[in-house]
Design a protein around this ligand. Structure first.
Ligand code: ARG
Length: 580
């Protein structure tokens, strides 16, 4: 363990045990960075009442216990201030030793979760009956980062793409496919014209009674799994998925076809799901529909709110599928934790699904089901993001534009065409992804090319540039980052600040995984890049007047910074160009 915050937590907890008895060793020492020392522990104040002693006295007892434990290898000083804060300053030698260890550590100080959990992340989940739109862009990007973070922390990850690939619209979509011809339909869907395709089918459905009738019959044969209808459905789905895959590959998202577990997959489980709920008395028939009334949910009229699981016409809906899915995930996939990375507007749906699944005993206290709410993407007018014509923007166009703009931004840098295209792609995707990740996932956010592509501030291009700049130091110095092994000597305050900042990476990643908040990683990386900038301004690295051991130490700090930034950006799924 090299992260000071974690080491301090452990040491102070030991001291609590020594000073007040083992029952106190589990208390949270409340270690926070401090402006008066390196860290501050506030535990004396929180324990004073329980111990019936003055906070300063409690603080003194902790300081004495730390002293007695012979922790002078770690602490330069432990001082009591104010009402009973412990101000802790670390020894330079300890910091540099931890920095050297972290430099050798391929995990750059990130620990492993013990015991590892089986975590299922339900994300992306576009609807095949419509075009994948910007809302799905964010669920895809945030979900993928969470998968990377949790997997890196040693957990077993199950990615699930809960595609909207079933239901009544598929009747008209299949009939439209027959009307325009299989080959034509496939070509258009693969090109991402799903939205137009859907609109055309819709118009016919609303205006042409014969088409409407055919579509209805088609829904019935689809439900009955008639082989020819299923063949056509597969044609439609495969072409659509092939377009989704293009987007995933452009984005560099880790989803594959193996992760597809769309709504259709649960079709055969729906009747049984309903029967189970009905048999156990959890679901009751109300106005012809089978409903669950989870306690605590009421409508505007104060009447209990139903979760409809079978409509009065016998059809199943979105909630039925989600109940079947949660039952399957807990019972068959044996998950410990499920993250639903889905739009915030579905909050009530998930609360009710979780409540119903709890009533049914499918969701138990051992399993954590969390709705990782994704805030809405807004246009510059502050409304739901759309193009000028009012239709949802085609996602591939949106990504292409980011790349074009990135290409324009680096036009003056004299790269040959291939290099420029490669950098533009990396910068464009990095900008879009980082913009999605750097704000907390549940807040709304305005999609703004200029802001996301800015080369300064907490943006993708700035973070990419920070790594490219460090790489260029190594190129200039004609040394490989992996050959920069120190030893690390902390002379200047800027060196010490940087080393201390770098040691905090592990706990940030751990917190981001536990709270499902990738933006914590962004905030930390941005702070790290800024701390590095100060260091680089104050401390020469390659300059002739720098003594060899100082140069070696500073190069080691550069290498460690690069490792942290690079690992962090990988966890976000943000690509990095080697030069920019
Ligand atoms: N397809 C849905 C939508 O676009 C999202 C599905 C999310 N996952 C789930 N298990 N409900 O709104």
């Amino acid at each position: 363990m090299t992260d000071p915050q974690l080491v301090l937590t452990e040491r102070v907890q030991q001291a609590l045990g020594t000073a007040f008895g083992p029952e106190y060793a589990g208390a949270d020492p409340l270690i926070r960075p401090s402006q008066f020392a390196d860290f501050q522990a506030n535990v004396a104040l929180s324990l004073a009442k329980r111990l019936r002693r003055a906070p300063r006295e409690v603080a003194q007892a902790i300081a004495d216990a730390l002293d007695a434990a012979g922790t002078t290898d770690v602490f330069e000083s432990v001082e009591i201030s104010g009402p009973g804060f412990l101000n802790i300053t670390l020894k330079d030698e300890w910091i540099s030793a931890q920095a050297e260890r972290t430099l050798e550590d391929p995990r750059v100080g990130v620990g492993l979760t013990t015991p590892p959990q089986t975590v299922l992340v339900d994300y992306s989940a576009p609807n095949a009956a419509k075009e994948m739109h910007v809302g799905h862009l964010r669920t895809t990007i945030v979900g993928d980062s969470l998968v990377r973070i949790l997997e890196h922390l040693g957990n077993r990850l199950i990615r699930q793409n809960h595609l909207g690939d079933w239901g009544t619209p598929f009747g008209m979509l299949i009939e439209h496919l027959l009307d325009i011809g299989e080959g034509n339909a496939i070509a258009r869907l693969e090109a991402g014209e799903g939205s137009e395709y859907y609109q055309e089918a819709r118009v016919k459905f609303d205006s042409d009674n014969a088409f409407k009738e055919r579509s209805r019959r088609r829904v019935a044969t689809l439900q009955a799994e008639d082989p020819e209808t299923i063949r056509l459905w597969h044609l439609f789905m495969n072409a659509t998925i092939s377009y989704f895959n293009k987007i995933y590959s452009t984005l560099g998202v880790t989803l594959t076809d193996d992760d597809i577990a769309g709504e259709s997959m649960y079709n055969r489980m729906l009747a049984e799901t309903c029967a189970d709920l009905e048999a156990s008395g959890i679901a009751t028939v109300s106005e012809g529909a089978l409903c669950v009334f989870p306690p605590g949910f009421t409508g505007s009229d104060d009447k209990p709110l139903p979760l409809i699981i079978r409509k009065s016409d016998g059809g199943y809906g979105y909630a039925t599928t989600d109940l079947a899915a949660i039952r399957y995930r807990v019972r068959d996939l044996k998950v410990d934790r499920i993250l639903y990375v889905v739009g915030a507007e579905q909050a009530l749906h998930f609360q009710m699904v979780f409540a119903a699944a709890r009533m049914a005993g499918w969701l138990t206290d051992e399993v954590s089901a969390e709705h990782t709410q994704i805030g809405m993407m807004l246009g510059s007018d502050g409304r739901r993001f759309r193009t000028r014509s009012g239709v949802a923007t085609k996602l591939s166009d949106l990504l292409d534009e980011a790349v074009e703009r990135a290409s324009a931004a680096i036009a003056e840098r004299g790269y040959d065409e291939a290099t420029r295209a490669e950098i533009a792609h990396t910068v464009g995707m990095g900008a879009v992804k980082y913009a999605d990740l750097s704000v907390s996932h549940d807040s709304e956010y305005i999609f703004d090319y200029d802001r996301m592509l800015a080369f300064s501030g907490n943006t993708g291009p700035y973070m990419q540039y920070a790594t490219a700049r460090i790489r260029s130091i190594f190129r200039k110095g004609e040394i490989d980052p992996s050959a920069a092994t120190g030893p690390i000597i902390l002379g200047e305050p800027a060196e010490r600040d940087l080393a201390l900042q770098l040691l905090g990476f592990g706990s940030v990643v751990e917190h981001a995984g536990a709270s499902s908040e990738p933006h914590r990683v962004c905030a930390y990386l941005y702070e790290t890049a800024s701390t590095f900038t100060t260091f680089y301004e104050k401390c020469h690295v390659l300059h002739d007047d720098v003594p060899p051991e100082t140069r070696a130490s500073r190069l080691a700090l550069c290498a460690l910074t690069l490792n942290v930034l690079q690992t962090g950006l990988n966890l976000l799924g943000v690509p990095t160009p080697t030069r920019m």
